[in-house]
Design a protein around this ligand. Structure first.
Ligand code: NAD
Length: 322
């Protein structure tokens, strides 16, 4: 190791602690000023154009209604186009002046290019892109039947987000618009049996942090990290991993509202329910403790599932015997 690295290894940790304690108070004051400014300055979405992927249900559907209440034009995209019809009708009744629906698979490059082009051709501009479409599969890595089994999760949750963003950037630069990306608390706090899902969400967070630096002030980026929200996706996950049912679920309505409010205020991040945020410093400051607690909880939940499995087996064999 060269002398400069040796010196930095010894000097930087205490120096950094001193700087942290000096900057903490002025930084908190600066953040307070910024939040006051954001309370006053809220982007007016009336007659602006918003494209939302995965808008047929859950968080995406509620985000659509919240933008509709603010008078935005909507382009709703989902792989289940039929389910978008009712969402579009409700969005119009809530105040959106016009809504277009597009059936598309975000994991296909050509589909992503098509729905961005169709939106801009129809409305003439694009102001907000909401990357929301997503899926989750739940299984222990050792239980996979095939090493590529969870590839669709990456194709939809990560690449689906990257494709639509790539084609939307030129239009968002013209309108000085905003990208909203629905990541997850799992991107920070990995939950067991959701390895690929956790990895995608962490990748999405890092991808958009990088893009934010590259785009500078031309296009804003809001990264949403929802906790557990009561939607089809979450109910499916809990159905397969009942131990996660102990986590209190937030409502899709509140989550959609919080996301749009933060996007219109120009926030960099939004977490809903907001209590989830208290977990983040624990992960940064005490990673070993978080890792130890997670392993313990996973082991306890695995034992419970095994006991339930044994109980079911014995009930089944009793039934058979009868
Ligand atoms: P949801 O299943 O209700 O909604 C997902 C939507 O995406 C559906 O309408 C589905 O048809 C659509 N979709 C799926 N694959 C698609 C594809 N290839 N192309 C186009 N559309 C597709 O679930 P949700 O919970 O509302 O999920 C929305 C987003 O929120 C996801 O990215 C999810 O990872 C994220 N999220 C959810 C939770 C939660 O607890 N529900 C927590 C954190 C993050």
């Amino acid at each position: 190791m060269t002398a400069i690295h040796k010196l930095m290894n010894v000097a930087l940790p205490p120096l950094s602690l001193i700087l942290l304690s000096i900057f903490m108070l002025p930084f908190l004051f600066f953040k307070l000023l910024i939040s006051v400014k954001r309370l006053v300055w809220i982007e007016n979405m009336a007659r602006k154009v918003v494209l939302i992927t995965g808008a047929a249900s859950g968080i995406g559907e509620q985000v659509a209604y919240e933008y509709a209440r603010r008078g935005a034009f909507l382009s709703l995209v989902d792989i289940r186009k039929d389910n978008l019809v009712a969402v579009a009708d409700k969005a119009r009744s809530l105040g959106s002046p016009d809504v277009t629906i597009i059936g598309a698979d975000v994991s296909k490059v050509q589909d992503s290019k098509r729905f961005v082009d169709e939106t801009v051709n129809y409305f003439g501009r694009l102001d907000h892109l909401v990357n929301n479409a997503g899926i989750a599969t739940i299984s222990k890595v050792e239980d996979w039947h095939d090493v590529c089994e969870t590839k669709p999760v990456i194709d939809i949750n990560f690449w689906g987000t990257v494709y639509s963003t790539f084609y939307a950037i030129p239009h968002l630069k013209n309108s000085k618009g905003r990208i909203i990306v629905i990541a997850s608390t799992c991107g920070w706090f990995p939950l067991p049996r959701l390895s690929t899902y956790n990895a995608c969400k962490a990748a999405v967070i890092n991808y958009f942090e990088t893009l934010r630096i590259e785009l500078g002030w031309t296009v804003g980026i809001t990264i949403a990290t929802p906790g557990l929200i009561k939607t089809n996706l979450a109910l499916k996950v809990i159905d397969e991993e009942p131990s996660l049912g102990i986590i209190p679920m937030g409502s899709a309505f509140e989550c959609g509202k919080a996301i749009v409010k933060s996007a219109c205020r120009g926030d960099m991040y939004v977490t809903d329910p907001s209590w989830v945020k208290v977990l983040f410093p624990w992960k940064v400051l005490f990673p070993e403790l978080v890792d130890w607690a997670s392993r313990l909880l996973f082991r306890l939940s695995a034992n419970n599932s095994r006991k339930k499995g044994n109980l079911n087996l014995s009930i089944n064999s009793q039934n058979k015997a009868e």
